[in-house]
Design a protein around this ligand. Sequence first.
Ligand SMILES: [Fe+2]
Length: 238
Amino acid sequence: MGELFDFHGHFLPNMDDGCKDPAESLEVLRQSAAQGVRTMVATPHFFSSRETVDSFLMRRQASYDALLQAMASKPDVPYPEILLGAEVAYRPNISRLPDLEKLCIANSKYLLLELPWSDWTNEMMREIQNISVVRGLIPILAHLDRYMERANRQKIQELFRMDLLVQVNAECFLSFSGRCTARKLLRYGSIDLLGSDCHNLTSRKPNLEAGFTALQKLSPQAFHHIKHASDALYDDLK
Ligand SMILES: [Fe+2]
Protein backbone atom coordinates (compact mmCIF):
# COMPACT_ATOMS: atom_id res chain seq x y z
CA MET A 1 0.00 0.00 0.00
CA GLY A 2 2.94 2.33 0.70
CA GLU A 3 2.74 5.56 2.63
CA LEU A 4 -0.67 7.15 2.93
CA PHE A 5 -1.66 10.81 3.23
CA ASP A 6 -4.81 11.76 5.11
CA PHE A 7 -5.99 15.12 3.82
CA HIS A 8 -9.02 15.57 6.10
CA GLY A 9 -9.32 15.08 9.86
CA HIS A 10 -10.69 16.62 13.05
CA PHE A 11 -8.11 15.32 15.48
CA LEU A 12 -6.88 18.55 17.09
CA PRO A 13 -8.07 18.38 20.70
CA ASN A 14 -11.01 20.44 21.90
CA MET A 15 -11.16 22.43 18.68
CA ASP A 16 -14.47 21.47 17.05
CA ASP A 17 -16.77 18.44 17.01
CA GLY A 18 -13.72 16.17 16.68
CA CYS A 19 -11.37 14.85 19.38
CA LYS A 20 -12.34 16.14 22.78
CA ASP A 21 -8.97 15.97 24.53
CA PRO A 22 -5.27 15.26 23.82
CA ALA A 23 -5.59 11.61 24.94
CA GLU A 24 -8.20 10.92 22.26
CA SER A 25 -6.12 12.80 19.68
CA LEU A 26 -3.03 10.73 20.51
CA GLU A 27 -4.94 7.48 20.03
CA VAL A 28 -6.34 8.68 16.68
CA LEU A 29 -2.81 9.55 15.59
CA ARG A 30 -1.39 6.25 16.85
CA GLN A 31 -4.05 4.21 15.03
CA SER A 32 -3.48 6.22 11.86
CA ALA A 33 0.27 5.62 11.98
CA ALA A 34 -0.40 1.90 12.49
CA GLN A 35 -2.42 1.98 9.25
CA GLY A 36 0.53 3.37 7.33
CA VAL A 37 -0.51 7.02 7.39
CA ARG A 38 2.61 9.12 7.08
CA THR A 39 1.07 12.60 7.13
CA MET A 40 -2.26 13.94 8.38
CA VAL A 41 -3.70 17.34 7.66
CA ALA A 42 -5.56 18.83 10.62
CA THR A 43 -8.71 20.42 9.20
CA PRO A 44 -10.87 21.78 12.02
CA HIS A 45 -14.14 23.40 10.97
CA PHE A 46 -14.01 27.12 10.25
CA PHE A 47 -17.26 29.10 10.00
CA SER A 48 -16.78 32.70 8.98
CA SER A 49 -20.24 33.49 10.40
CA ARG A 50 -19.06 32.57 13.90
CA GLU A 51 -15.44 33.59 14.18
CA THR A 52 -12.70 35.71 12.62
CA VAL A 53 -9.77 34.04 10.90
CA ASP A 54 -7.37 35.38 13.54
CA SER A 55 -9.45 34.04 16.42
CA PHE A 56 -9.64 30.64 14.70
CA LEU A 57 -5.87 30.57 14.12
CA MET A 58 -5.16 31.43 17.75
CA ARG A 59 -7.45 28.62 18.93
CA ARG A 60 -5.88 26.23 16.43
CA GLN A 61 -2.37 27.06 17.60
CA ALA A 62 -3.31 26.55 21.27
CA SER A 63 -4.88 23.19 20.42
CA TYR A 64 -1.87 22.15 18.34
CA ASP A 65 0.51 23.16 21.15
CA ALA A 66 -1.47 21.03 23.60
CA LEU A 67 -1.25 18.10 21.18
CA LEU A 68 2.51 18.54 20.67
CA GLN A 69 3.00 18.57 24.42
CA ALA A 70 1.00 15.34 24.77
CA MET A 71 3.00 13.74 21.93
CA ALA A 72 6.26 14.75 23.61
CA SER A 73 5.14 12.98 26.78
CA LYS A 74 5.04 9.69 24.84
CA PRO A 75 8.11 9.94 22.60
CA ASP A 76 8.32 6.19 21.88
CA VAL A 77 4.99 6.06 20.05
CA PRO A 78 5.23 6.56 16.27
CA TYR A 79 2.93 9.37 15.14
CA PRO A 80 2.22 10.73 11.66
CA GLU A 81 3.55 14.11 10.65
CA ILE A 82 0.89 16.81 11.13
CA LEU A 83 0.18 19.70 8.78
CA LEU A 84 -2.21 22.48 9.78
CA GLY A 85 -5.21 23.48 7.71
CA ALA A 86 -8.93 24.09 8.06
CA GLU A 87 -12.22 22.90 6.63
CA VAL A 88 -13.72 26.17 5.49
CA ALA A 89 -17.50 26.19 5.33
CA TYR A 90 -18.89 27.85 2.21
CA ARG A 91 -21.04 30.92 2.66
CA PRO A 92 -21.97 33.75 0.29
CA ASN A 93 -19.00 36.02 -0.45
CA ILE A 94 -16.53 33.54 1.02
CA SER A 95 -14.17 34.38 -1.85
CA ARG A 96 -13.89 37.92 -0.45
CA LEU A 97 -13.13 36.89 3.11
CA PRO A 98 -10.07 38.79 4.37
CA ASP A 99 -7.17 36.48 5.22
CA LEU A 100 -8.73 33.48 3.46
CA GLU A 101 -5.18 32.55 2.43
CA LYS A 102 -4.24 31.97 6.07
CA LEU A 103 -6.63 29.01 6.17
CA CYS A 104 -4.83 27.13 3.41
CA ILE A 105 -2.97 23.92 4.24
CA ALA A 106 0.54 24.56 5.56
CA ASN A 107 0.79 28.06 4.03
CA SER A 108 0.19 26.67 0.57
CA LYS A 109 -2.48 27.68 -1.94
CA TYR A 110 -4.68 24.65 -1.22
CA LEU A 111 -7.92 25.38 0.63
CA LEU A 112 -10.24 22.63 1.88
CA LEU A 113 -13.74 23.91 1.18
CA GLU A 114 -16.94 22.39 2.57
CA LEU A 115 -19.94 22.99 0.32
CA PRO A 116 -23.41 23.59 1.76
CA TRP A 117 -25.94 20.81 2.17
CA SER A 118 -28.73 22.94 0.75
CA ASP A 119 -29.24 23.70 -2.94
CA TRP A 120 -26.16 24.57 -4.90
CA THR A 121 -26.71 27.95 -6.53
CA ASN A 122 -25.10 29.69 -9.47
CA GLU A 123 -23.72 32.18 -6.98
CA MET A 124 -21.96 29.35 -5.15
CA MET A 125 -20.43 28.17 -8.40
CA ARG A 126 -19.15 31.71 -9.11
CA GLU A 127 -17.71 31.95 -5.62
CA ILE A 128 -15.77 28.72 -6.04
CA GLN A 129 -14.49 30.00 -9.36
CA ASN A 130 -13.49 33.30 -7.70
CA ILE A 131 -11.54 31.54 -4.96
CA SER A 132 -9.43 30.18 -7.76
CA VAL A 133 -9.41 33.01 -10.33
CA VAL A 134 -9.54 36.11 -8.09
CA ARG A 135 -7.75 34.85 -4.96
CA GLY A 136 -5.35 32.54 -6.79
CA LEU A 137 -6.06 29.61 -4.46
CA ILE A 138 -6.78 25.98 -5.32
CA PRO A 139 -9.97 24.70 -3.70
CA ILE A 140 -10.10 21.11 -2.49
CA LEU A 141 -13.76 20.11 -2.35
CA ALA A 142 -14.29 18.25 0.93
CA HIS A 143 -16.05 14.85 0.84
CA LEU A 144 -17.81 15.32 -2.49
CA ASP A 145 -19.24 11.82 -2.08
CA ARG A 146 -21.56 13.06 0.65
CA TYR A 147 -23.47 15.34 -1.71
CA MET A 148 -24.06 12.94 -4.55
CA GLU A 149 -27.61 11.95 -3.67
CA ARG A 150 -28.90 15.50 -3.67
CA ALA A 151 -26.58 17.34 -6.00
CA ASN A 152 -27.63 18.65 -9.35
CA ARG A 153 -25.96 16.74 -12.20
CA GLN A 154 -25.13 19.86 -14.20
CA LYS A 155 -23.48 21.54 -11.21
CA ILE A 156 -21.31 18.48 -10.53
CA GLN A 157 -20.20 18.51 -14.15
CA GLU A 158 -19.35 22.20 -13.84
CA LEU A 159 -17.31 21.55 -10.69
CA PHE A 160 -15.30 18.85 -12.42
CA ARG A 161 -14.40 21.35 -15.15
CA MET A 162 -12.96 23.84 -12.62
CA ASP A 163 -9.36 24.12 -11.51
CA LEU A 164 -9.76 22.31 -8.21
CA LEU A 165 -9.19 18.99 -6.46
CA VAL A 166 -11.85 16.54 -5.35
CA GLN A 167 -11.55 14.85 -1.95
CA VAL A 168 -13.65 11.84 -1.00
CA ASN A 169 -14.03 10.22 2.42
CA ALA A 170 -12.58 6.74 2.90
CA GLU A 171 -15.91 5.53 4.31
CA CYS A 172 -17.39 5.92 0.84
CA PHE A 173 -15.63 2.70 -0.26
CA LEU A 174 -16.62 0.71 2.81
CA SER A 175 -20.32 0.11 2.09
CA PHE A 176 -22.31 -1.10 -0.89
CA SER A 177 -24.22 2.18 -1.24
CA GLY A 178 -20.98 4.13 -0.81
CA ARG A 179 -19.32 2.18 -3.63
CA CYS A 180 -22.31 2.94 -5.89
CA THR A 181 -21.79 6.62 -5.08
CA ALA A 182 -18.07 6.31 -5.80
CA ARG A 183 -18.75 4.69 -9.19
CA LYS A 184 -21.17 7.48 -10.01
CA LEU A 185 -18.56 10.10 -9.05
CA LEU A 186 -15.90 8.41 -11.15
CA ARG A 187 -18.14 8.69 -14.20
CA TYR A 188 -17.97 12.49 -13.84
CA GLY A 189 -14.21 12.65 -13.47
CA SER A 190 -11.29 11.88 -11.19
CA ILE A 191 -11.22 11.65 -7.45
CA ASP A 192 -7.92 13.22 -6.42
CA LEU A 193 -7.57 12.74 -2.68
CA LEU A 194 -8.85 10.57 0.15
CA GLY A 195 -9.42 11.63 3.71
CA SER A 196 -10.61 9.79 6.78
CA ASP A 197 -12.53 12.83 8.09
CA CYS A 198 -11.86 11.17 11.44
CA HIS A 199 -13.46 12.79 14.48
CA ASN A 200 -13.08 10.23 17.27
CA LEU A 201 -12.42 6.58 18.11
CA THR A 202 -15.98 5.32 17.74
CA SER A 203 -18.43 6.60 15.13
CA ARG A 204 -15.89 8.38 12.90
CA LYS A 205 -12.56 6.73 13.52
CA PRO A 206 -9.38 6.55 11.42
CA ASN A 207 -10.14 4.31 8.41
CA LEU A 208 -7.83 5.41 5.63
CA GLU A 209 -6.11 2.07 5.08
CA ALA A 210 -9.43 0.20 4.82
CA GLY A 211 -10.69 2.85 2.39
CA PHE A 212 -7.63 2.54 0.16
CA THR A 213 -7.81 -1.26 0.22
CA ALA A 214 -11.46 -1.21 -0.85
CA LEU A 215 -10.76 1.44 -3.49
CA GLN A 216 -7.97 -0.65 -4.97
CA LYS A 217 -10.45 -3.49 -5.51
CA LEU A 218 -13.14 -1.20 -6.87
CA SER A 219 -10.95 0.66 -9.35
CA PRO A 220 -7.18 0.08 -9.66
CA GLN A 221 -7.08 3.05 -12.05
CA ALA A 222 -8.67 5.43 -9.53
CA PHE A 223 -6.41 4.03 -6.82
CA HIS A 224 -3.29 4.84 -8.83
CA HIS A 225 -4.54 8.29 -9.75
CA ILE A 226 -5.22 9.13 -6.09
CA LYS A 227 -1.85 7.80 -4.95
CA HIS A 228 -0.14 9.88 -7.61
CA ALA A 229 -2.20 13.04 -6.90
CA SER A 230 -1.60 12.65 -3.14
CA ASP A 231 2.16 12.35 -3.63
CA ALA A 232 2.14 15.37 -5.95
CA LEU A 233 0.15 17.49 -3.51
CA TYR A 234 2.38 16.49 -0.61
CA ASP A 235 5.46 17.49 -2.62
CA ASP A 236 3.78 20.84 -3.30
CA LEU A 237 3.05 21.36 0.39
CA LYS A 238 6.62 20.77 1.51
FE1 LIG B 1 -14.75 17.26 8.01
